[in-house]
Design a protein around this ligand. Structure first.
Ligand code: DAH
Length: 369
């Protein structure tokens, strides 16, 4: 074996045995570095005769190439092994089941609101809104509540502290003030979402938050109402009855509903009535459209001429009817929730149970979405 082949065998054996990249680098420097054994041999070529160089040149260059490629191959192998060791150490077990995902649910009040809007929209009603913080005029005076009349206290009103004009605003006790805002043309500049002065004929529903200082299984300090108002020529109680019967039938998804008007008093309607619906209250849930019990479901009546006059409409030309539903209450009746207060307790477990999928059509029975 020549010295060159011996050196090549020795170097490639050491390269092959290198345990890690640092050991390999040391061998590279020893062989191919500036003063390495192979580099020293290459330097000797300059001192040889042309014939010797022709013979020795390819051998020494071959040695250098063989050692360099052995180092490169070993380097790649060591790097791969290092990467594999790292991947094995940092392995993520993708077969583990992911932690459960919590999906948001649509609150029953919002679901019921969408369902109610769908039914009324189908009957040609449009939406109107008013402010939660209301003035005494819209909440009471314009609705025919006499000044200092106990009816103002009847609503368990939340009064706000006196403002700089000596005025005490209220958290609206009902959505009825929006009736006045819809009908009365006002000069003041209001935000565009607040209803303001529509010309009759009018057909609006007014959903919104309302407030009363009251709390038990069927009352909460904040709740939602939906007001309805229709103003036109020759409107009578038959129109009111048809509208409410049709709504109740579609909302509760029962073809047969029996209702009755019971005389009542509201300052803003004359005559006033509460409408009862025939139902079965023998079980845990109230079943609308069956049974022999009656249950109050909505306050209503013919709009009082004083309201029309206050809003600048001639009662001899225009008449109308109005009604006010409790939105949350309609939800508890349709979806069987025993306690209204749970609606606003923000208990996620309750919401997961009673909430709705965001992709559910508002009312499948009417085919509306
Ligand atoms: N505002 C009434 C209340 O909160 C409900 C109501 C009754 C509204 C009769 C009306 C109506 O529009 O005509 O108790």
């Amino acid at each position: 074996m020549t010295d060159l082949t011996k050196l090549e065998a020795e170097l490639t054996a050491r390269v092959g045995a290198a345990a890690d990249l640092a050991a390999l680098e040391a061998i590279r420097v020893e062989a191919l570095g500036k003063t390495g054994s192979v580099s020293e041999l290459l330097k000797t070529l300059g001192r040889l005769t042309p014939d010797e160089r022709r013979e020795q040149g390819p051998k020494i260059n071959g040695l250098r190439d063989a050692v360099a490629s052995a180092i490169a191959a070993k380097k790649a192998a060591l790097e791969t092994a290092e990467l594999e060791a790292k991947l094995a150490a940092e392995r993520v077990d993708l077969s583990l089941p992911p932690p459960p995902e919590r999906k948001g649910r649509v609150h029953p009040t919002m679901q019921v609101l969408d369902e109610m809007i769908a039914v009324f929209a189908d009957m040609g009603f449009s939406l109107a809104e008013g402010p939660d913080i209301e003035d005494d005029f819209h909440n009471f005076t314009a609705l025919n509540f006499p000044p200092k009349h106990p009816a103002r206290e009847m609503h368990d009103t939340f009064w706000l502290p006196e403002d700089e004009h000596g005025e005490r605003k209220v958290l609206r006790t009902h959505t009825s003030p929006v009736q006045v805002r819809v009908m009365q043309r006002l000069n003041e500049k209001l935000p565009s979402w607040i209803a303001n002065g529509q010309e009759p004929p009018i057909r609006v529903i007014v959903p919104g938050r309302t407030y009363r200082s009251d709390s038990d299984a069927t009352h909460t300090p904040m709740f939602h109402q939906m007001e309805g108002l229709v103003i036109d020529r020759n409107i009578h109680m038959g129109h009111l009855k048809w509208t409410l019967d049709t709504f109740i039938s579609r909302y509760f998804e029962t073809p047969v509903v029996e209702t009755r008007f019971r005389p009542h008093h509201f300052p803003f309607t004359e005559p006033s009535a509460e409408m009862d619906v025939k139902c079965d209250r023998s079980g845990r849930d109230v079943k609308i459209g069956q049974g022999t019990d009656w249950m109050e479901i909505v306050g209503c009546g013919m709009v009082h001429p004083n309201i029309l006059r206050t809003c600048g409409l001639d009662p001899d030309e225009w008449q109308g009817f109005a009604f006010g539903f409790g939105i949350d209450r309609l939800g508890t009746l349709k979806y069987g929730m025993p306690d209204l207060r749970d609606m606003f307790a923000s208990d996620v477990r309750w919401l997961e149970h009673y909430g709705f999928s965001a992709f559910q059509a508002p009312n499948t029975a009417t085919g509306l979405s």
